[in-house]
Write a protein that binds this ligand. Structure first.
Ligand SMILES: Nc1ncnc2c1ncn2[C@@H]1O[C@H](COP(=O)(O)OP(=O)(O)OP(=O)(O)O)[C@@H](O)[C@H]1O
Length: 284
């Protein structure tokens, strides 16, 4: 299996401020890689580097074996899509018009008219994310969760081989989190879609992703299968709060349990040990 993405010794920053330093990782074709880490650790910056939006000051990123910078923009956009903040606001458009923007790299001819194939891809993407009945509403009136889905539908309408996702379950309730993660997993299995997702929710990452990269202060501090990375000592140190890691009762994959009062930040409350001694309220 070849690499969909390869990152070697990448240094990236904004103007004079360095953010990523010495980042090396690879993503296999058809793999789902999760990127986690504390706020400000550089996850979104890594995604922006993988998408070609930011250029490395040192090191390189290859998409399907070719340096990102050597791709023609249209050719690259047919292989790689992003669902995240850089996807554009889409103000003033209907949901269907916004999702149709994902077809731009595929439009044929001098005028770039949409054909039946483009309309099919848009309709399919809207149905996949459960927004078919919202297609003709203005994007501006959607709820945060619906907008999140529209962002994803736009990227799916692009029919990429590699999809970069910035917190795809942000704003979604439990059912919709599972629906969107199931959808992405299904596309990965059926179409061989490669996925890189920034996920704050490590439990979701462990349920769906083959590998997990943990970032801290612009560096990769752990990478591997979730069971290898989600160790209480590693997570406790990186996030600065004690956690328990327990096996999922049905699936056995690691799941994080938080300990209230355990953080060392401002306003920290009672110690986790004190709280752990209290009887559980429900069913006690
Ligand atoms: N456009 C920008 N200009 C200058 N600095 C930026 C810019 N975007 C991000 N940064 C800085 O880069 C660092 C990493 O930010 P980034 O958004 O990559 O982190 P993150 O891990 O995605 O954080 P979060 O979990 O809070 O979304 C932060 O210190 C942030 O202030």
């Amino acid at each position: 299996m070849g690499f969909a993405l390869e990152v070697r010794g990448v240094r990236v920053g904004y103007a004079a401020t360095p953010v990523l330093d010495g980042v090396t990782l690879e993503v296999g074709a058809g793999e789902w890689l999760a990127v986690a880490g504390p706020n400000g650790s550089g996850k979104t910056t890594l995604l922006r580097t993988l998408s070609g939006y930011l250029r490395p000051q040192a090191g390189w990123v290859r998409l399907e074996g070719t340096d990102l910078a050597a791709w023609r923009p249209t050719a690259r956009a047919r292989r790689l899509a992003v669902a995240g903040v850089e996807s554009g606001p889409g103000s003033g458009l209907t949901v269907a018009e916004y999702v149709a923007l994902g077809r731009t790299p595929h439009l044929e001819g001098l005028w770039g008219w949409e054909g039946p194939r483009d309309r099919e891809a848009v309709a399919r993407a809207l149905a996949w994310v459960g927004l078919a009945d919202q297609a003709h509403r203005p994007l501006d009136v959607l709820s945060a969760g619906q907008r999140q889905k529209a962002l994803l539908a736009r990227a799916l309408a692009q029919e990429p081989a590699v999809l970069l996702l910035d917190e795809p379950t942000n704003h979604l309730d439990l059912r919709h989190q599972v629906e969107i993660m199931d959808l992405l997993d299904g596309l990965r299995r059926r179409l061989g879609l490669t996925l890189v997702a920034v996920l704050h929710d490590l439990n979701l990452a462990a349920l769906y992703c083959q590998r997990l990269v943990l970032m801290e202060a612009g560096r990769v501090v752990a990478a591997g299968p979730p069971a290898q990375v989600m160790r209480p000592d590693v997570l406790g140190r990186v996030y600065g709060c004690p956690v328990l890691v327990v096996p999922h009762p049905r699936l056995g994959v690691p799941q994080v349990a938080l300990l209230p009062g355990g953080s060392s930040g401002p306003g920290a409350g009672s110690s986790p040990a004190e709280r752990a001694d209290e009887p559980a309220a429900a069913g006690a």
